[in-house]
Design a protein around this ligand. Structure first.
Ligand code: HEC
Ligand code: HEC
Ligand code: HEC
Ligand code: HEC
Ligand code: HEC
Length: 249
């Protein structure tokens, strides 16, 4: 009996080892990145040199895609071959200058992507009013232990500005190489868990159909809609956050 128990414990230990090895392996595959044509560091540019996200990604608040900056944006600081400015002797910077003189775009590898049948507008997200989220959304964020929890993402989203980018893309300011940090980034559930935090998202459907309700339906709907934040100050309906047509063509 005793001997058997010992073996069992050993087995448990082995299983434990396998389980932790498995999760270690998973951990290294959750964050997704690719080798890029030029060693461009977000950390170096955004933290050390304090360049704002939207200096380079200027379409984020104006259009569907944020886009990556054209080579001319880099040239503005690093200068063309004949007019050398920042880091003129860097091998990596010179790769970029070669693309410029060849009039070629830099073939960056796209990391964050959603399928073509999904409608994702950056514009609406960058310009959304923080007050559209439920009042307690983002409370209880534990930055130290769970920086990618829904609470923390909501807190960052609420702060607005460039912080909002981090809510969805993770702490890009610390990235030498752009990495997708959320394993389920861009999945339907990933979108939905945040959309559910928008005021009125869950309460849209009218419930209760009493006689009085029918009789005063229009008037009561108006009051109810205003109370749960379904209409904006101009009286127009806010988008339905969970409707299939909001995200699918
Ligand atoms: C607003 C100015 C600015 C813009 C725009 C800019 N950079 Fe830089 N970049 C810098 C500065 C400043 C440094 C050097 C920082 C240092 O050495 O501490 C740098 C450093 C670099 C380096 C590292 C050089 C080395 O060998 O250490 C690379 C590579 C680079 N930039 C590429 C690019 C590319 C590609 C773009 C366009 C997408 C770009 N930069 C846009 C200011 C800029
Ligand atoms: C100096 C210009 C510059 C600045 C400033 C900058 N970026 Fe970028 N960004 C780029 C370039 C160039 C790429 C494409 C190369 C790459 O992926 O590293 C890129 C790529 C990205 C991507 C990945 C795109 C993909 O393929 O999925 C994200 C996300 C991103 N940036 C977010 C940010 C955020 C957030 C900030 C501010 C914290 C920021 N960027 C600041 C130039 C910049
Ligand atoms: C609500 C979540 C969310 C926020 C906030 C957000 N992004 Fe994105 N971002 C995405 C998604 C989803 C994609 C993939 C879009 C696609 O493939 O069509 C993406 C793609 C990108 C790309 C790749 C190129 C492109 O446009 O498809 C860049 C660069 C980028 N984002 C930068 C930014 C920057 C900079 C900010 C802040 C100004 C920002 N994002 C804010 C979700 C977000
Ligand atoms: C971190 C929170 C968050 C995430 C993640 C997020 N969204 Fe949103 N989304 C919002 C907010 C907030 C609004 C603006 C709501 C408002 O102002 O009524 C919005 C608005 C939109 C709109 C505009 C609706 C309209 O008709 O004006 C679309 C489309 C959309 N989101 C699609 C997506 C898709 C697709 C994804 C996933 C790839 C996604 N969102 C992920 C928070 C988020
Ligand atoms: C907030 C945005 C959003 C809303 C609302 C939404 N979807 Fe999606 N949906 C997505 C995204 C993003 C994907 C692609 C990623 C994925 O496959 O999970 C997707 C994928 C799908 C797929 C393909 C799944 C697959 O495995 O290929 C189907 C089917 C779908 N959605 C149906 C629906 C239906 C039905 C509704 C309404 C009840 C709906 N969606 C509402 C964002 C949304």
């Amino acid at each position: 009996m005793l001997g058997k128990k010992v073996i069992n414990l050993k087995q448990y230990f082995l299983v434990g080892l396998f389980v932790s090895a498995f999760f270690l392996a998973l951990n290294t595959t959750t964050a997704y990145a690719e080798e890029q044509p030029i060693a461009f560091s977000h950390k170096l540019h955004t933290v050390q040199n304090g360049i704002a996200c939207q200096y380079c990604h200027l379409y984020a608040r104006r259009s569907f895609s944020s886009g990556v900056p054209p080579v001319s944006t880099c040239i503005g600081c690093h200068g063309p071959k004949e007019q050398k400015l920042v880091q003129p002797d860097s091998k990596e910077v010179n790769k970029m200058r070669t693309f410029w003189s060849d009039k070629e775009p830099i073939p960056w590898v796209k990391i964050h992507d959603v399928p073509d049948f999904v409608r994702f507008p950056h514009k609406e997200h960058i310009n959304a009013d923080s007050n559209r989220l439920l009042d307690d959304a983002g409370a209880g964020c534990d930055t130290k232990n769970a920086p990618r929890s829904l609470e923390c993402k909501l807190a960052q989203f609420r702060t607005g500005g460039d912080q909002r980018c981090l809510a969805c893309h993770g702490d890009v300011r610390q990235m030498e190489v752009i990495t997708q940090v959320d394993e389920n980034f861009g999945k339907m559930g990933w979108c939905m868990e945040c959309h559910l935090q928008v005021k009125g998202a869950k309460e849209r459907k009218r419930t209760g159909s009493t006689i009085a309700g029918w009789y005063h339906a229009k008037e009561m709907d108006k009051k109810r809609e205003a109370a749960i934040g379904l209409v904006n100050e101009k009286g127009y309906h806010n988008p339905n956050m969970l409707d299939c047509y909001t995200c699918h063509y």
